[in-house]
Design a protein around this ligand. Sequence first.
Ligand SMILES: [Zn+2]
Length: 323
Amino acid sequence: MSEADTPLRPVSDQAHDDMVLPFAVEPLDVRGRVVRLGPAIDEILTRHAYPPAIARLVGEAAALTVLLGAALKSEGRLQLQTRSDGVVDMIVVDFDAPDRLRAFARFDEARLAETAPGAELLGHGHLALTIEQGSDVARYQGVVALDGQGLEEAAHQYFRQSEQIPTFVRLAVAESLTGAATNWRAGGLMLQFLPASVERQRRADLAPGDAPDGAPIPEVLDDDAWAEAKALAGTLEDHELVDPTLSSERLLYRLFHERGVKVFAPQAVRAACRCSDERIAAMLRNFTQQERDDMVGDNGKIGVTCEFCSTYREFDPADFKAE
Ligand SMILES: [Zn+2]
């Protein structure tokens, strides 16, 4: 169904997990997506058995990756990767269009134990977003410095620098208690200002958000529509993004009903790795014979555990001997 054909209908109260809902607030020239992750993020975080602070960070990274990756064509792939000197020195999240999500983090357990709750875990380094849109389109990579600002702010900087689109991102992660079990949930909202006139977009982009206190008030202000959209989105609370009983449509209606919000076809997301026996065998073939010999364990096999999904596989070293 084309956008113009979308009929008006009541706001759905049906909450769907593991779903991205694209939307537009046309009077404000704003488009966006809201993502709600339930079983998919719970499967990823529970399988890794991360401490809660690490799980929260990986959950945020996953929600952000899905928000960005949902824009890809059917065969595209988006990877978010952080490398830094913090407690968590690496996070990798892959989104394979149209719906596959996987993630892992590497962190220092001893340093985590000494870190105060709520402290910033990424430290200094960089966040890279790599986008592959299929074989005929060049790979694209955008990089932002990590400087203790967290993933939401890093995402804002990425859009300012790499894409020059005024963007608002909000991420939330929570552990929800259902009976005796706890389940991880994550949510995110992304909003972009896309006016027909590029002039209006540039104007909004110039506002120096991080001017020091006491700096003269800049003459260039956000476009009124974008300022209003950000103010409305700014009323969103974390618990709303992770509330399993609040539908994404209801959430958007709360934020934007005064202006009217239009939703498009939702996109499903699932936890799925791309590892396979064939891929790992191919990777082993790329090592030298000496390297493979060094990998052989006490049982005479080469054991490989996938970092993303923790699947353990065993290979017979004889299968890789040069003919
Ligand atoms: Zn895997």
